[in-house]
Ligand binder design. Structure first.
Ligand code: NAD
Length: 482
């Protein structure tokens, strides 16, 4: 086995081996070979994490916002100083190229910084009332949180939840992805070393359904936050309703991209392809379905295919790699099915890229042209390196096609016309709209979906608000007998 850190659970401020009977084997997606094995959390570990989050809740809530700010800022600085050490682990266990891993770790530090600052601005308000009265609205931490994070961005998805919860004064238990545990461990090491009091943030790995069942039934918790698939969202959503928990659900997406004929088509095609193949397409808000104006469609397809053909695909840790392996076998199998389905419906599959030989979960960056709207690459979340392209002529019609989906996370429009940009961004049914940009995620702006893509927000002012509840205090002068 390759050198890899020991994976342990972080509970009540201590690193410990899981006491569960089952074991997880972490695979290197570039080779399909094991990187390490670790013991799952047992039920006793989960109960200990719940106790820790419950017992430390009052203390953390009563910690001055300024002190919470200092700890989060220290954790951010530590994480930033460890980019070079943490990035290769992320690439090894997840597959993405080193440059993307470095950027993700650095972005995670920025996210912690944002939340650190924003936690100091969790304002209440005074509402005008009758003389002598005070109508006050205060902000309180919602209470202990259970967070579930995925394998596609194992650093940013953890820091978005931990940062928001801690800044707002909530304690948290994170069940990070068992497939990419070393990155979550690296983030938690920074939190621990930054001086976070014992029990305030806990990290567990185990059998996901067992952990969520045990945790969400606990009376200690007040909130559950998930980034993951719609299916898991539904499972956790039902448990949350049954146990009176508030929820934030960051689920899948299938972002439409509308490209008008007034753009620099080569530049836009290159920007779109670059965003599409980032993290081998395993990005919930990635540009996904491309609707290109008939007049520029041929050129757009040519440029996207040329971009895909030139991408250097290989192990993430190899410095020359521009696109890595898919993170797991399930995604590779899904890509084969998506491509077969599109082919069977008459689309032109331009397998424009290459994949290395071997057992790794590599799929060549692929452009599919002339795709019918009912092909699975158009209707389902692809979550992989396939770029389906279709054509349009009429604005109203393309808006209808873009909105004809149960998803509502990302969406994009490329145009030089201010009028079209405004019209289309108003009409798109999505939580996020990129106008002439492929970047939808920043610490300063709320990130969240509508429809089946979930509800609630992370980042922005809303990212702290998500971990607060409001209390209305209606204060009158003492009552005296007349
Ligand atoms: P999956 O739903 O099986 O697993 C996703 C994550 O959810 C994993 O980390 C897993 O540990 C966790 N999980 C699974 N069952 C759980 C349970 N009962 N309780 C708590 N946690 C549980 O999906 P997958 O096969 O890994 O990926 C496929 C789909 O997942 C993709 O098509 C994509 O839609 C979605 N996904 C979305 C994101 C995102 O960022 N929105 C990230 C990863 C996966």
């Amino acid at each position: 086995m390759q050198s890899f850190p020991e994976i342990r659970q972080f509970i009540q401020g201590e690193w410990r081996r899981g006491s569960g009977k089952s074991v997880e084997t972490v695979l290197n997606p570039a080779t399909a070979r094991p990187l390490t094995e670790f013991a799952h959390a047992g039920l006793g570990d989960i109960d200990d994490a719940l106790d820790a989050a419950g017992e430390s809740a009052r203390r953390w809530r009563n910690t001055a916002p300024e002190e919470r700010y200092r700890i989060l800022r220290r954790a951010a600085d530590l994480l930033r100083s460890r980019v070079e050490a943490a990035a290769p682990l992320l690439s090894l266990e997840q597959g993405k190229p080193l440059a993307e891993s470095r950027a993700e770790i650095a972005a995670s530090a920025d996210i912690l910084d944002w939340y650190a600052e924003e936690g100091r601005r969790a304002y209440g308000r005074i509402v005008p009332g009758a003389p002598g009265t005070r109508l006050m609205v205060t902000a309180e931490p919602v209470g202990p949180v259970a967070a579930f994070t995925p394998w596609n961005f194992p650093a940013t998805t953890v820091t978005r939840k931990v940062g928001g919860a801690l800044a707002a004064g909530c304690t948290i238990i994170v069940k990070a992805s068992e497939e990419t545990p070393a990155t979550a461990v690296a983030v938690f090491e920074c939190l621990a070393e930054a001086g976070l009091p014992l029990g305030v943030a806990n990290l567990v790995f185990g059998v996901p359904a067992q952990i969520s069942e045990r945790m969400l039934k606990s009376p200690v918790l007040r909130k559950v936050s998930l980034t993951g698939s719609i299916g898991v969202g539904r499972t956790l959503g039902h448990l949350a309703v049954d146990h009176d928990l508030v929820t934030t659900m960051e689920l899948g997406g299938n972002a439409p991209v509308i490209v008008f004929d007034d753009v620099d088509v080569e530049a836009v095609a290159t920007a779109c392809a670059s965003a599409k193949f980032r993290n081998a397409g395993q990005v919930c808000n990635a540009p996904s379905r491309f609707y290109v104006h008939e007049r520029v469609a041929d050129r757009f397809i040519e440029c996207a295919a040329a971009f895909a053909a030139a991408l250097r695909v290989g192990p993430g840790v190899q410095p020359s790699t521009q696109m890595g392996a898919l993170a797991n076998r399930r995604r590779l199998d899904a890509m084969i099915e998506f491509a077969d389905d599109a082919r069977s419906r008459g689309a032109t599959v331009l397998c424009a890229g290459n994949r290395p030989e071997g057992d790794g979960y590599f799929f060549a960056p692929t452009v599919i042209a002339e795709v019918p709207d009912n092909a699975k690459v158009m209707t389902d979340e692809v979550f992989g390196p396939i770029m389906p392209i279709t054509r349009f002529l009429d604005v109203d019609d393309v808006i209808r096609r873009a909105n004809d989906t149960t998803y509502g996370l990302g969406s994009f429009v490329f145009t030089a016309s201010l009028e079209r940009a405004t019209l289309v961004s108003d009409a798109l049914e999505a939580g996020l709209v990129g106008v002439n940009t492929t970047v939808l995620s920043r610490p300063e702006t709320p990130f969240g979906g509508i429809k089946a893509s979930g509800h609630g927000y992370e980042s922005g002012v809303e990212g702290v608000e998500a971990y607060l509840r409001r209390k209305a205090i209606l204060q009158h002068p003492p009552i005296h007998s007349a």
